[in-house]
Design a protein around this ligand. Structure first.
Ligand SMILES: Nc1ncnc2c1ncn2[C@@H]1O[C@H](COP(=O)(O)OP(=O)(O)OP(=O)(O)O)[C@@H](O)[C@H]1O
Ligand SMILES: [Mg+2]
Length: 213
């Protein structure tokens, strides 16, 4: 089981939205997926619970993260961990259990600066697990602007973490689909958003399984 944590101590930066969309997209590709919600607000858990048919398993716990992963290890291909903002202990535990950490960051100086705590956690975790992969995900990008380049340049100046090629744009469909407990691929087949999430999932799979050129 490959374990991917969505982390950023900054609140409201897109962790839950990305975790749910990644989990549901992986499930559409016939992978068995566990979504572990370690946020006491339980946003991921409650979003998926509104569905009658659930293509993924969703578990909420912020106390037994390691034990839960161990319990389900043999049954799932991927575990996606959604983490809370402002909770160092839960986020560090999640990161320490992971193969990969994805840090969604929005294009604002405040967001870039407040990402430092999370970057420091990843750096410390890499001292214990040198195989841990950490990536920024450019998030809520305004389509048809220079935001991708601006944000990439700022992050490269500030931190040493790699940036994923895929990005997620600012689109109302990301909010609307979650109201129905759905990923964007189920909610809307023709959206460019579907392509963004597919690209993200493919890139992550390649990085995890070493299929990159
Ligand atoms: N790509 C997007 N485009 C437009 N709105 C978005 C997008 N992603 C998330 N949102 C909205 O932004 C808000 C915050 O997103 P989300 O809950 O995913 O962030 P979070 O990092 O999990 O927040 P928290 O730190 O509180 O757990 C939500 O209202 C969500 O619907
Ligand atoms: Mg959240």
């Amino acid at each position: 089981m490959k374990i991917i944590t969505l982390a950023n101590q900054k609140g409201g930066c897109g962790k839950t939205t990305t975790a749910i969309n990644m989990a549901l997209s992986l499930a559409r590709q016939k992978h068995r997926v566990l979504l572990l919600d370690t946020d006491p607000q339980r946003n991921s858990f409650e979003t998926i619970k509104v569905r009658e048919y659930r293509p993924i398993r969703v578990v909420a716990t912020h106390k037994n993260i390691y034990q839960t992963l161990e319990k389900f290890e043999d049954r799932y291909h991927y575990a996606i961990i959604d983490t809370p903002p402002h909770n160092l202990e839960v986020v560090s535990t999640s990161i320490l259990c992971s193969d990969m950490v994805i840090v969604p960051v929005q294009n604002s100086p405040l967001d870039i600066r407040s990402t430092k705590t999370t970057v420091d956690l990843i750096r410390k975790a890499k001292e214990l697990n040198s195989l841990l992969k950490g990536y920024f995900l450019l998030y809520r990008i305004q389509p048809l602007t220079l935001a991708i380049k601006e944000l990439s340049d700022s992050l490269k100046q500030s931190y040493e973490i790699e940036i994923l090629k895929s990005h997620v744009s600012n689109r109302a469909v990301y909010q609307q689909s979650l109201l129905h407990g759905q990923g964007i691929a189920e909610y809307s087949h023709s959206e460019p958003a579907v392509k963004e999430i597919m690209s993200l999932v493919d890139e992550i799979k390649n990085k995890l399984h070493g299929e990159e050129p």
